[in-house]
Ligand binder design. Structure first.
Ligand code: MN
Length: 493
């Protein structure tokens, strides 16, 4: 699925009260607005003006059509004039796609001297959007509300970000995740209810035996490995003479890609405890697949694998990286506390500050041969870490604002890719909050996807979202989590 193949339907609410001339003007302006947005180049997806809707029947039909059209990733509504909201009830009740209410106005300014009652009847978004908003609130619809002049940068930015979240919803609903082997023994946070995530988020999460992967690896040809090696040479620097080891990673990658392609899967997990018949834990192989948008989670962490794939889709075409990450160790110098994240191998080069190097080193965990991996440092910039946890009966998405920094130290003996960051509001408070909320040690780190995009995504998926930002205190968070527990219990009854 390409982000730009998705479209959003622009539906403008009105009624017959104002006569055909007003309706013609509304239709012409709505079409002009959609065309302007598409020509602006500021939105990642196309806006399609689908008409000025004036009756229950027209609205219901539009919503049914939106549900049925795979290209449609959501609807955007606006009321240029007044649209009595009872006519929206049936349609909204049927709507299964993300919904944004754009509270805008065709004209920026009030023309003081020319204004008369005809002008008021035609340009009454302030009036119409309130009636329209009421029914959204009354029906408890998960909706995005954007307010502002339709050509202004902040409005376009908000709309663009919401579109990315909505595409994340569409992508989630058709996502398949492959588990090579099971989860790491005894670990709790990587577990979860796969039926619940299938119902709520749309994920098909399936197990494939490692033996099947090994069989597929055995069938990979030298020609296929040669082609993969050429790709590695084009993308990365070889910092090893151990070509046989790198070729083994190429064999693993070709085989994993074949299985994922055959199953229509965009994410996978594996587990260093379950590599029967494999000589190396996939390192470079996994990293190179992630570089192309594939989701991954280590130790059988299929939830993080899926979230990595979804967030990579939301980030398509943006600056910055989006990757599977693990909190490893802290630097606790007072007032300058930072966190160092990495994984035993599998850090995605989308965050790399420089061209990654392929190196071969001994791996202290597991009992396989030294694997080839990409080594690099992360690029600085503002970002987030996100984790999805199963609270038993419901899912919680936890998002924390971070600042990725240039590593404060040289780490010549650390043979993995790594990222150093400062957590919000500060490391120690951030750690307290993260632990309070039950956040995992595995996350998706992104310097492209924003916290707002994740909040919007969670709202559309109708799951709990907790955001740790510069303003969060442990006291307030504890209360929020307590109230959320009660609210979600009621919601799930
Ligand atoms: Mn891990």
């Amino acid at each position: 699925m390409e982000l730009k193949t998705k479209e959003f339907w622009f539906l403008v609410g009105s009624q017959f009260l104002y006569g055909p001339e007003v309706l013609d003007t509304v239709a012409a302006r709505a079409a002009e607005m959609a065309a302007w947005w598409n020509e602006s180049g500021k939105l990642p997806c196309k806006v399609v003006y689908k008409g000025t809707v004036k009756t229950d029947g027209e609205i219901t039909k539009a919503m049914k059509d939106a549900n049925a059209d795979d290209a449609c990733a959501g609807i955007i509504t606006w009321c240029h004039t007044f649209s009595p909201s009872k006519m929206w009830i049936h349609g909204f009740d049927l709507l299964q796609k993300p919904y944004c209410h754009l509270a805008t106005q065709y004209n920026r300014n009030i023309p003081n001297l020319e204004i008369d009652m005809d002008f008021m009847n035609l340009n009454q978004a302030a009036h119409g959007d309130r009636e329209h908003g009421f029914i959204g609130a009354r029906m408890r619809l998960p909706r995005k509300i954007i307010a502002g002049y339709w050509q202004d940068e902040p409005v376009l930015n908000e709309l663009a970000a919401w579109m990315r979240s909505a595409v994340g919803v569409a992508f989630s609903r058709e996502l398949k995740v492959i588990r090579f082997g099971d989860n790491m023994r005894e670990v709790a946070v990587t577990e979860g209810d796969k039926v619940e995530t299938h119902i709520k988020l749309g994920w098909q999460v399936d197990y494939w035996p490692v033996g099947h992967l090994v069989e597929t690896m055995d069938a990979v040809t030298d020609g296929e490995i040669d082609a993969k090696m050429a790709e590695y040479r084009a993308r990365y620097d070889f910092d090893t003479d151990d070509i046989a080891t790198v070729r083994y990673q190429a064999r693993e990658e070709v085989a994993m890609r074949k299985i994922l392609a055959r199953e229509g899967a965009c994410a996978f997990s594996n587990n260093f405890q379950d590599l029967y018949g494999m000589e190396q834990l996939p390192g470079l192989a996994t990293q190179n697949m992630m570089a192309d948008g594939c989701g991954y989670g280590g130790e059988g962490d299929w939830k993080t694998a899926a979230m990595t794939a979804i967030m990579k889709k939301m980030a398509e075409g943006l600056e910055g990286g989006t990757l599977f990450m693990e909190d490893y160790t802290y630097d606790l110098e007072p007032g300058k506390e930072v966190s160092l994240g990495a994984h035993m191998l599998e850090v995605c080069p989308s965050i790399a500050a420089q061209r990654p190097k392929i190196q071969v080193h001994h791996l202290g965990i597991g009992d396989r041969q030294p694997p080839a991996r990409l080594v690099f440092e992360g690029k600085a910039g503002p970002g987030i870490v996100a984790t999805l946890i199963d609270m038993g009966g419901r899912l919680r998405l936890l998002v924390q604002d971070i600042e990725v920094i240039k590593p404060i130290l040289e780490m010549p003996n650390l043979p993995v890719a790594r990222v150093m960051w400062k957590a919000q509001p500060d490391l120690l408070t951030g750690v307290k909050c993260w632990i309070l909320a039950g956040g995992a040690h595995h996350t998706v780190l992104s310097t492209a996807v924003t916290a707002q995009m994740m909040i919007d995504w969670a709202r559309m998926m109708e799951i709990e979202c907790v955001h740790i930002s510069a303003d969060t205190t442990p006291e307030a968070l504890e209360k929020e989590l307590f109230y959320n527990d009660i609210a979600w219990k009621l919601k799930n009854i």
